[in-house]
Ligand binder design. Structure first.
Ligand SMILES: Nc1ncnc2c1ncn2[C@@H]1O[C@H](COP(=O)(O)OP(=O)(O)O)[C@@H](O)[C@H]1O
Ligand SMILES: [Mg+2]
Length: 189
C-alpha cells in the first residue's frame, strides 16, 4: 500500500518529469501541500476530450470532479467525454434543469450534477446527494459554489482562450495520486 509520503515523492518525481520535457514548457505547474495542478493552453475540442478520457482512466469509486468555468466553456462536454471513457453507453445530457443524472453502464457508476441553478448551500444539501458519493464517481458543474459541502475533489477549470480553444487547468487533491503524467502524455500523440 502506498502511503502519503510515497505519494508526495511520486508527485515530486512527476513534476520533475513535466518540467524536463519540451512539450511541457507551456504547461504551468503549481504545487502546495494540498493540490497538484497542470494547465494546458489553447486545447481544441478533441484535446479537451482526451484529457477527460485520461482523467476517467485514473478515477476510482467515490471520486468527485468539480467543473468550473463560464457558460458554454465546455463543462458538460468534458463530462460527456469522461462518461464515454468510463464506458457509459447511454446519452449524456446536460442536467442544468433536472439537476442530477445517474448513469450505471460504465466501469464506475456516474452521478452528473449541475449546480448552476442552486442559490445556496442549503438548496444543494437538500438534494441529499452525499448518500451517493461513495458509490459513484460524482461530476458536478458549478460545484465550486458548494465546495464546503463536497468531499475533496479533482477540479477542472475551462476558460475560452481562442476560437474553439480552451485553457484547461486540472487539479488533484493532495492525498490523491491520479497519474497526471498520463494526462499530459495523451496530448503528445
Ligand atoms: N475546445 C473546446 N472544448 C470544449 N468545448 C468546445 C471546444 N470548442 C468548442 N466547444 C463547444 O463549446 C460548447 C460547450 O458547451 P457545454 O459543454 O454545454 O458548456 P458548459 O457545460 O460549460 O455550459 C459545445 O458546443 C462544444 O462543442
Ligand atoms: Mg453544462
Amino acid at each position: 500500500m502506498i502511503g502519503p509520503a510515497h505519494r508526495n515523492a511520486r508527485y515530486r518525481k512527476l513534476l520533475a518529469l513535466w518540467s524536463a520535457h519540451p512539450i511541457w514548457a507551456s504547461i504551468m505547474q503549481e504545487t502546495s501541500s494540498k493540490t497538484v495542478s497542470v494547465t494546458f493552453d489553447r486545447l481544441g475540442l478533441s484535446s479537451v476530450c482526451k484529457v477527460a478520457a485520461a482523467l476517467a482512466n485514473a478515477l476510482n469509486l467515490g471520486d468527485c470532479v468539480v467543473l468550473a468555468g463560464p457558460l458554454a466553456a465546455g463543462k458538460t462536454t468534458f463530462v460527456q467525454a469522461l462518461a464515454r471513457a468510463l464506458g457509459e453507453t447511454d446519452p449524456i445530457t446536460s442536467p442544468t434543469f433536472t439537476l442530477a443524472h445517474f448513469y450505471s453502464r460504465g466501469r464506475l457508476p456516474l452521478l452528473h450534477v449541475d449546480a448552476y441553478r442552486l442559490e445556496n448551500v442549503h438548496d444543494f444539501t437538500d438534494l441529499a446527494l452525499d448518500d451517493f458519493y461513495d458509490t459513484h464517481v460524482t461530476a458536478i458543474e458549478w460545484g465550486e459554489k458548494f465546495s464546503s459541502a463536497l468531499p475533496p475533489a479533482y477540479r477542472v477549470e475551462l476558460t475560452p482562450d481562442g476560437d474553439k480553444t480552451r485553457r484547461l487547468t486540472l487539479s488533484a487533491p493532495g492525498e490523491e495520486y491520479i497519474g497526471l503524467n498520463s494526462v499530459v502524455g495523451v496530448l503528445q500523440g
